[in-house]
Design a protein around this ligand. Structure first.
Ligand code: UTP
Length: 485
């Protein structure tokens, strides 16, 4: 929109936009225009001016396919699970101790940065704001943000260097995330080492008519463009250069809803560096065909993550002679990239494929009433980070045990899986395991938790609890010497 056009916004719809809406068959979004006040008109115009109208016809075309399945860019019948290194496994081609030493070196020279993707709407969980604020610490009641930021503080304490952190927010999470970080100054991280950036939105489209939906007279229903929006948004907001100024050469990415995530694990980083991978990724063993997890597959040296919904049933159920599923490398969205790879990929990030999701989206009906459908009525569009994988010259896949690093919070309490109670139990089990390794026992039925900022691994436990101690009451095991009971 030109300046002159913008200055006219209080009263009239800019001509360019009118033409674009008419050409796209979307003039219905202006149905309430005459009744909107100046603020409402400005809000609606602001939104409409951000829609890429050239891309819109492509969105409509995709939505009209009425299927969420995109043609796989890899020949699945010929694909295999790529060789995986296993965390801590002596038979790895690179000894774990060698990998750990290399990872430590990278962390102690400040060469590693991190991206936390926290722009999701958390609809399954029923979030009204950022999922990062959800309190899931089993004893501390700490939020996801506190638990995850704590891990970066623990790394700084051990290695003496900050891990610069870029946090991706969205229209759904941006304001509250920024407020929270202001009220609790960067949760103890150095403010100059935290970069908050916001991803783009894409419009939701009515599945039946291909039209934009209004969820208020002055508001089009939009949704964040998926975690794959990360790269474009990071580059546009100067985030890649920001990492460069901090001396970052390797960048890990992780998701806000996995408080066990270990993107900065020394051994993982070591494998990433020692295999000279441009893109490394953590996986957990997929054991049953019905598990709703994407899998890493390889064909002719190209790696790709295939979503569970895109993997045909018979292929998903196929087993190897040793009993493992043929496609068993379940993606958990913890990645490491070279910064130079992200610099290169940023140039093509816009061309990452759009994935379709059928969702229930509230909308105004023709009479202007807000309808909240029970069944999916709309198509949302998302890009995924893992679609960068085929662009990488070399990929390293590292298998971890779920109890080490995977406890996703997706569903509300009482759900069969990935609910708050499952996540809390996983955090307690994780603490119990590490405490047992450090020679500390815990009374039956007692909840324990490791202070994320205080305990990086079992060697930190010895700083606060001596071997042979026993914990008799709920405790957050932290960095200060403490009494177990
Ligand atoms: P999910 O795909 O599980 O989505 O996100 P969600 O928004 O958390 O939950 P639902 O699907 O609405 O119930 C996985 C990770 O990707 C981030 C989320 O914040 C989470 O860390 N994400 C997702 C983004 O950052 N942006 C997006 O557009 C989507």
């Amino acid at each position: 929109m030109s300046d002159r056009e913008t200055s006219e916004t209080a009263s009239a719809v800019p001509q360019t936009l009118s033409r674009q809406l008419a050409a796209a068959g979307q003039t219905h979004v202006l149905a309430s225009w005459d009744r909107l006040d100046a603020a409402g008109r400005a809000r609606l115009l602001g939104q409409l001016s951000l829609i890429d109208w050239r891309q819109f016809s492509e969105l409509q075309r995709l939505a009209a396919q009425t299927t969420a399945v995109l043609p796989p860019t890899i020949e699945l019948t010929r694909a295999v699970t790529p060789p995986c290194l296993r965390l801590g496994a002596a038979e790895n081609s690179i000894p774990p101790a060698v990998a750990r030493a290399r990872g430590e070196q990278a962390l102690s020279t400040g060469a590693v940065g991190a991206i936390l993707v926290a722009g999701g709407q958390g609809t399954r969980l029923g979030c009204t704001g950022p999922k990062g604020l959800y309190r899931v610490g089993p004893v501390s009641q700490a939020s996801l943000f506190e638990l995850l930021f704590g891990k970066l503080r623990a790394v700084r304490r051990r290695f003496g260097r900050d891990v610069p952190l870029a946090i991706m927010t969205s229209s759904a999470t941006d304001a509250e995330t920024r407020d929270f970080l202001r009220e609790h100054p960067c949760l103890g991280l150095s403010p100059e080492c935290v970069h908050v950036f916001r991803q783009h939105d894409l419009p939701a489209i009515d599945a039946a008519s291909g039209r934009l939906l209004l969820d208020a007279p002055d508001h089009v229903a939009m949704a964040p463009d998926g975690h794959g929006g990360m790269l474009t948004a990071l580059a546009e907001t100067g985030g890649l250069d920001w990492f460069g100024r901090h001396g970052v050469e390797q960048i890990v990415s992780f998701q806000v809803d996995n408080p066990l995530a270990m993107p900065l694990d020394r051994e993982f980083l070591g494998y990433h560096l020692l295999t000279a991978a441009e893109f490394s990724t953590q996986v957990v063993r997929k054991r049953e065909p019905a598990e709703r997890v994407g899998v890493v597959v390889e064909n002719d040296g190209r790696h790709i993550v295939v979503e569970y919904s895109d993997l045909p049933g018979p292929l998903a159920a196929e087993r190897l002679p040793d009993g493992r599923l043929r496609f068993h490398a379940g993606s958990i969205a913890v990645h490491a990239f070279t910064k130079s790879f992200l610099d290169r990929a940023a140039a093509t990030a816009d061309s990452l494929p759009l994935h379709l999701a059928h969702k229930s989206v509230a909308f105004l009906d023709d009479a202007g009433r807000l309808v909240t459908p029970r069944q999916p009525n709309a198509i949302k569009f998302e890009r995924f980070i893992f679609d960068l994988m085929p662009l990488a010259a070399r990929v390293c896949v590292v298998e971890i045990e779920p109890e080490q690093g995977f406890a996703p919070l997706k569903n509300p309490a009482g759900s069969a899986s990935d609910a708050p109670e499952h996540v809390r139990a996983a955090l307690v089990n994780h603490a119990r395991r590490l405490l047992a390794q450090a020679g500390v026992s815990v009374a039956e039925g007692i909840d324990v938790e490791l202070d994320a900022a205080g305990i990086l691994d079992e060697t930190d436990i010895h700083r606060v609890l001596s071997s042979g101690s026993r914990i008799e009451k709920p405790l957050v095991v932290g960095c200060d010497r403490q009494s177990p009971s």
